[in-house]
Design a protein around this ligand. Sequence first.
Ligand code: C2E
Ligand code: CA
Length: 614
Amino acid sequence: MLTKVPLLYIILLVNSLSLAYTHYGIAPDYLTIYVSAFLSVACLSRALRWYRFKNKTFTLAQAKHQIRMTVLFANIMGVGFSWWSYTLYGYGDFALQAHVAYYMSITVIGIIICLIHLPAAAWSASVTVGIPFVIFFFWSGQPVFVAIASNFLMVVAVLVMITLSYYRAFSSVIDAKQELEIQNRRTHKLNAQNEILANQDGLTKLANRRSFASYLNKKLQADLQQRNFIVGLIDLDGFKPVNDIHGHAAGDRVLTEVSMRLKKLLSDDCMLARIGGDEFALVIDHSAVHDEIHVLGKSITEALQRPFTMRTGLVQISGSCGFAIYPEAGSTADELMDRADFALYEAKSRARGSSIIFSSEHERLIRQKSQVELALTQSVSSQQMTLHYQPIVDGASGKIVGFEALARWFHSELGHIPPDQFIAIAEKTGIVTDITLNLFEQAVQQLKSWPEPLYLSFNLSVQDVINRKTLDLLKLILDKHLVGTSRVQFEITETIMMTDLEHCSNITREMQQMGFKVALDDFGSGYSSLSYLHKLAFDTLKIDRSFVHNLHLDQRSQGIVKTILALCTSFNVSCTVEGVESEEQKNLLLALGCQYMQGYYFYRPADISTFPLV
Ligand code: C2E
Ligand code: CA
């Protein structure tokens, strides 16, 4: 349409100039020169105006305005040119009058064709120009003009009909186009929303793991000068019990508050993301000076240690941080994340709520770990792992009531590797269940020869507990050796229980139903929340050796042990104290009411053959 309207004005201009030319000298100059010049300038300016619109896109309101203006101008120009033509008609002979008639009819037809996309303008132009034209020439009584008027009427009628049907087809195309545009806009909006959802954590509105990884990769690609920046991982300690004890809504509120506290602490150009349940990650341009990074770590851990106010009361958690410095710690995203994760793991095992920077010492540990990992896979199949046993005694009489089996691994090249180290690696590499089953088989073979009521206390790792199938496999081993479940106690740490309180409680309940005994191991070393104890199914509580260490010096430890003992009595579960190393500790524990004990004072873990079994 934008290209056709200027054509209309060009037709009008050329036709009018030719009419002025034929009437020049015959009609007065004001008509052939001035009025015609005025009308020509008006035509040209309108044509130019439309030409300028050539590449312009109109909004709906603008388009409507332009259509209204076009209809108005079509009518004004129609009236103007008609008046001019009729005036000229009065000055010429028959041939010139015929030129006027011809000019008017052909111009109206041309206008209708050019305005085919704008029927309102086409029709109003044909009415304002056409009707007076027909009346005028019918009125003239001159047969040639009457014939021209009749022909004109016929052609215009047909043209109006064509315009109408053309317009309908055209407007349905426009409607379809508009619909398509609306659909496109909707698709764009949805795409934008999807993009946000795919890259944002729904709860905290921070970046998610995916967008964090892509940010880190882009940063590494862009950073050609190898300027220092740090990758940090933050993991909340004690968050799972919040979910279990206060409910998921409270857990969500803690996570949102954590994200706000972290955002407040970090500069705007820091990339902060929530990359897992209670895991956050950051990338920040920072100096590589360790002291300065420690200051950052300290401010983060302190911010997380402040209590969170919930409707159910105050919630206390903490957070540990692991940092990896680019480019020292690694040059790829995976390397940096692995190193930061390693540092985080170190921080968590050292002291909750601390921060550690990945160092060359860690690099050495990683190499050692991978050697152990490799050796471990070979050792399981070659059965290099053996068991030592540590008696559990009745503290008063010193009589052995059972034995805790403790894994031992001596590797020909790597030497003696402590069980807590290789069990942790085996858990990560997913072969811990093979080790457990292998060791359990060895232990049950021993247990078979022990007189009743001596029992076996056997440590399980987190995967053994979580995977329900392992329990069946353990039971199968007992069945194979015709040993009853009542002679076995499984030791499960409270940290394991906390990985999934509900699931683990169900499993330990099932263990009890099968006849096994369950001991809550290392109690006091983990979350130590007395409030969840009633949710757990267990028969024995093993008090962590850290409470025994300073028992004779520390009134508080004595108080805690006393409270735990009272709790065991009220829950009707037995209690064993670990790590008794001196007579003084033993006597104190007896005085506090403790019956079962374990520790170097009585026996160190050793080969079973070294112990009296009766
Ligand atoms: P745990 O279950 O707390 O085992 C007790 C640890 O304390 C043993 O260390 C034992 O040697 C040590 N211990 C015993 N009495 C005393 C004492 O009086 N003073 C001191 N300072 N320590 C004492 P060990 O054998 O190095 O085992 C370490 C950890 O490795 C165990 O801690 C247990 O969590 C894990 N572990 C050992 N064997 C196995 C196993 O067969 N399976 C699994 N899943 N974990 C095992
Ligand atoms: Ca144990």
